[in-house]
Design a protein around this ligand. Structure first.
Ligand SMILES: [Fe+2]
Length: 120
C-alpha cells in the first residue's frame, strides 16, 4: 500500500507494532513539494510528526503494518484544511478523506484475498 504525500495540520505520534512502513518526508518548494528525508519504521519504532510535516507512507512488505497513532486534534475535521499531493505530478490538492478510506478498503481487500492472516 502507498499513501500519497499528505499533511495532518496537527502533531502525530505513531508506534509500529507489526510490519514496516517507509516514510518519505517532504518540504514545500516553489509551487510543489520536494523530498527532504526518509525513515523506515519497524516493530518498536516510534515517530513524531509536528504540525507542519508532509509525509508519504509505503508498506514495502507483503504483511499488514499495524501501528498505534495519536493525533493532536480531530483527524477527520482539523481546524485547518489538510492537503494531499498527487503521487505523479506532486500537485497540491485538498485532502480527500473518502479517497483515503477507499485506499485502505482496497488494500485490506487485497490482503484478505491473498489468503494471508494477520498474526502479529
Ligand atoms: Fe499521515
Amino acid at each position: 500500500m502507498n499513501l500519497m504525500p499528505h499533511n495532518h495540520q496537527m502533531f502525530a505520534v505513531a508506534g509500529i507494532y507489526s510490519g514496516r512502513e517507509d516514510n518519505i518526508f517532504w518540504r514545500r518548494s516553489d509551487r510543489t513539494i520536494e523530498a527532504a528525508g526518509a525513515a523506515s519504521l519497524g516493530v518498536g519504532d516510534v515517530t513524531m510528526l509536528d504540525d507542519t510535516t508532509i509525509h508519504s507512507v509505503t508498506n514495502p512488505i507483503a504483511k499488514m503494518t499495524c501501528a498505534i497513532h495519536v493525533y493532536g486534534g480531530d483527524f477527520f475535521n482539523p481546524g485547518s484544511p489538510r492537503s494531499e499531493w498527487d503521487h505523479e505530478s506532486l500537485a497540491e490538492l485538498p485532502w480527500n478523506i473518502e479517497k483515503v478510506k477507499a485506499l485502505f478498503r482496497d488494500a485490506e481487500a487485497r490482503f484478505v484475498s491473498s489468503g494471508k492472516s494477520l498474526h502479529i
